[in-house]
Design a protein around this ligand. Structure first.
Ligand code: ISL
Length: 514
């Protein structure tokens, strides 16, 4: 029988290792904590876990500054523990995806320390060092500010992120060979997939021109990057059933789908929902664009409503339309959390019933909101100093049980402060409560397996988002300002909120058996 590859319709749960669960009592999450809480992911019913970076790192950018891709940072545990986690997850029926960061390494990676040691160290060529009186280019970094830092001997080196994250030179064969080795290292340990960080940024124009509108970009989405992924695909194809999943921030659809050609990546994150306000026309356009784009290349659509880089969607959807943004707000813009939660429940039924693969960022299944009141002295995110935005508010440790922080996340002080109002949002408090966000996710993840792959829009008016999946299932989301009638149905499978007799209230979604 023909089965679709697992990544085509998987629910993939993003574990942010620092904030999942702390087993060793230092206030920071670790592999021991994840192993101890694997039951939560089994009960949730997810197909795979994407582990944020867990490698040795000075943690200048929460582990996205890697000093050794073939080991585990002691704060998270050991390689043996990682192997045990992979084995236990597999026994539970859960696949594992690891996060690879190929654009840059840590400034404490042995390649970079060797490069710094002498002006003619061969390792200099693994990076972008330049001799120059002044800054080699006027590029702006991804976190704002300059992309060049001067070494004590006067040369400059390139970093699209922080100075602690020097960019690798992907023109160099040794860099390419090294990463193919790293992929094999993790595939040999049984991991089922690779999440590729900053996938569009790897290749640079060696002439280092300025960014000019209408000219090929010097470092974003250059044609050369596709060569890299073609060679990675050949590595993945040496194994069975392994997926390459790219973090591809690419507003232009044709350039986005280039990454999904048959000999490149298996899937890429679709970030359209992150920037999409709670508006019927925008949401519909986002679904259409995504389905059409993926159909042209035959790749599985993906759906992402939150991740570790953007404001949690309970908070985004609780902002008024005029203040909508996926960046963190520390200026006291009011947020209606009740409204945001109602919409987040409807959004869960939306993303979990669209065809393709859905991502769940840890904590969204609990209805967590952004912590927008982290004191300046506790902010860790290096973006804050450069842009005045912090991503810390969505990275706060999970609440497991209990009435107050640290909610059994740790026995110590959590590395980021948890809100005092999360006692109703713990896993323990929500388990068994049929009206909880957690039980909604559990039921939706269980029931989505019964949905036919056939998708078709149902015309119920411009302000109602409705579609069928095959002949016997309908999704309806009411985005109008008043209650609307639902299609004739046999059974109400799930509802995101209370119904009004036969009417569907505003901001409410249902799954119907026709
Ligand atoms: O955050 C962004 C926009 O506000 C993106 O452009 C972001 O820089 C991009 O998604 C890359 O993010 C990834 O790599 C970064 C790391 O800080 C992020 O956490 C990671 O998801 C550097 O490795």
């Amino acid at each position: 029988s023909v089965t679709t590859p697992w990544w085509c319709d998987a629910v993939i749960y993003q574990v942010y290792p620092r904030s999942f669960a702390d087993a060793d009592g230092d206030g920071i999450g670790d592999i021991g904590g994840i192993r101890a809480r694997l039951g939560h992911l089994r009960d949730l019913g997810v197909d795979a876990i994407w582990m944020g970076p867990w490698y040795p790192s000075p943690m200048a950018d929460a582990g996205y500054d890697v000093s050794d891709f073939r080991d585990i940072d002691p704060v998270f545990g050991t390689l043996a523990e990682a192997e045990a986690l992979i084995a236990e997850a597999h026994e539970t029926g859960i696949r594992i995806i690891v996060d690879i960061v190929p654009n840059h390494v840590s400034s404490e990676h042995p390649w970079f320390t060797a490069a710094l040691r002498s002006g003619d160290a061969p390792e200099r060529d693994y990076f972008w060092f330049r001799k120059s009186q002044s800054m080699p280019t006027n590029w702006t970094g991804e976190f704002g500010g300059t992309t060049w830092t001067r070494t004590p001997d006067g040369d400059w080196y390139l970093h699209l992120f922080t100075p602690e994250q020097p960019d690798l030179n992907w023109e160099h064969p040794a860099v390419r060979a090294e990463f193919e080795g790293i992929l094999r290292f993790w595939f040999d340990r049984g991991v089922d997939g690779i999440r590729i960080d900053s996938a569009t940024l790897l290749c640079k124009d060696p002439a280092l021109p300025e960014v000019v509108d209408g000219e090929p970009h010097p470092f974003h989405d250059r044609d050369a990057v596709h060569d890299v992924y073609r060679s990675w695909r050949r590595v993945a194809d040496e194994y069975q059933d392994r997926a390459l999943i790219g973090e591809v921030w690419m507003p232009e659809v044709e350039r986005f789908t280039d990454y999904l050609r048959p000999d490149e990546l298996h899937a890429a994150f679709n970030f359209d929902f992150l920037g999409c306000a709670w508006d019927p026309a925008l949401l519909r356009a986002c679904v259409n664009r995504t389905l059409e784009a993926h159909a042209t290349v035959g790749a599985p659509p993906t759906w992402v409503i939150s991740n570790h880089d953007v404001t949690r969607h309970v908070t985004r959807y609780g902002r008024s339309d005029t203040t909508f943004s996926f960046e963190n707000n520390l200026d006291g813009t009011p947020v209606d959390l009740e409204l945001g939660t109602r919409r987040a429940r409807a959004a869960a039924l939306l993303t979990l019933s669209l065809p393709g693969s859905a991502y769940v960022y840890q904590g969204e299944e609990l209805g967590l909101w952004e912590n927008e009141s982290i004191g300046e002295d506790r902010i860790q995110d290096p973006m804050y100093a450069r842009r005045g935005h912090t991503r810390d508010g969505c990275r706060v440790p999970l609440p497991w049980s209990g009435d107050e922080p640290p909610y059994a996340f740790t026995t110590a002080t959590p590395w980021l402060p948890q809100p005092a109002e999360w006692k109703d949002r713990t896993v323990r408090a929500q388990t068994g409560d049929p009206n909880s966000m957690l039980e909604l996710y559990r039921a939706a993840i269980r029931l989505r397996r019964t949905l036919s792959p056939e998708f078709a829009w149902l015309g119920l008016g411009a302000d109602v988002l409705a579609y069928t999946r095959g002949a016997d299932f309908a999704f309806v989301l009411n985005l109008s300002g008043f209650p609307v009638p639902m299609p004739e149905h046999r059974t109400r499978m799930l509802a995101s909120g209370p119904l009004d007799g036969d009417l569907l209230p505003q901001d409410t979604a249902v799954w119907l058996r026709l």
